[in-house]
Design a protein around this ligand. Sequence first.
Ligand SMILES: CC(C)(C)c1nc(N2CCN(c3ncccn3)CC2)c2cc(C(N)=O)c(N)nc2n1
Length: 327
Amino acid sequence: MDRSSAEKRVRELHDLLSQYNYEYHVLDKPSVPDVEYDQLLTELKELEEAFPDLQSPDSPTQRVGGAVLDQFKKVTHRSPMLSLGNAFNEADLRSFDRRIRESMGDHVSYICELKIDGLAISLRYEDGLFVQGATRGDGTIGEDITANLRTIRSIPLRLRQPFSIEVRGEAFMPMSSFLALNEEKEKNAEEPFANPRNAAAGSLRQLDPRIAASRNLDIFLYGIGDPGETGVESQSEGLNLLSELGLKTNNERRVCPTIDDVISYVQEWTERRAELSYDIDGIVIKVNSLAQQEELGFTAKSPRWAIAYKFPAEEVVTIIHDIELSI
Ligand SMILES: CC(C)(C)c1nc(N2CCN(c3ncccn3)CC2)c2cc(C(N)=O)c(N)nc2n1
C-alpha cells in the first residue's frame, strides 16, 4: 500500500474506531461485535508501524502510554474546583430552598444529579484534542494524571467538535470491576480496597499507566470550567453540550422545578441506589440557571447555588465469622 492510500485508510480507521468506542463506552450501545473492533485496531497498529509518521496522539492505539513516571507534575486549575455544602435531611433541603428563594424570588428551578462516589477530576481539551487531565487536589492545585486518564475508554481522545474547553467530572470504578479486583488481591494475599472510591483513587495514583489501564475505570462528566465561554445558559444545557461533544454524562439527571420535586427525586434514588452498577453517596442539587448561579455567587469555598444531599451512612453490619470454639 502506498503512503497516500495508507494516510486515507488511517483516517478512516480513526473515525471508525472512535465511533465504535463511543457507542460501546459512552452510549453503552455497541453496533459491531468486539472482534470487528479488534481487527480494525490491529490493522491500524500495522499501518502505524509501516508508516510511523501517520501515528498521532489521538489515535486509538495510543491509550496506554509507554513511560512509567517517577512522579506527577502539579497542575493549577484555571478556575478553582470548589467543594459542596451538605444537607442530611428534608429540613436541610427546605432551608436551602428557602435561602435561595429569599434572594432570588420564586422563579428558581433546580437540577438533581446522582452524586457519583469516585475521584473528582478535570479534563482539558484544545481544539477538540485531549491535552491534559488532573485530580481536583485541594481545589486549586491538582496532579497531572493525563497518562492514566487516557486509559479510560469512555474519555474521548478527541471531541466530536473542535472545542477548547475544560470539563469536570468524577472518575469511578464500577462495582463489578471493584469486586473482581478485590478477588484478585485476596488471591495474591494483597490488602483489598475498602470501597470503589479508594480503588479508583488508588488506580489513578499509579505511576505506571499500564496498571490504571487494567482497572476498568469509568467517568461521568458534570461541569464546564468556564461555562460562560460556551454560551450555555443552564446546567442542564451544559450537560447536553458535554454529551453532544462525545463526553459521558449521567442520564439519571432531572430538572426539578420545586423543592418538593427535589425531595421526591432524593426519595426515589434512596430506594433505587442499590440497582446502580456504581456507588453513589448522595444527590447533588444545583440551581439550574447559570445567570442565577452567578447572582447567588460563592462562600469562601463552595457555591451558594448548590448542595450535596448525603445518604445516611449504611449501618455496617460486620458479620463476625463463627469463632471456632476451641474445645
Ligand atoms: C460544580 C459543583 C461545585 C457544583 C460540583 N462539585 C462537585 N464536587 C465538589 C466537591 N468535591 C470534592 N471532592 C473531594 C474533596 C472535596 N470536595 C467533589 C466534586 C460535584 C460532584 C458531583 C458528583 N460526584 O457526581 C456532581 N454530579 N456535581 C458536582 N458539582
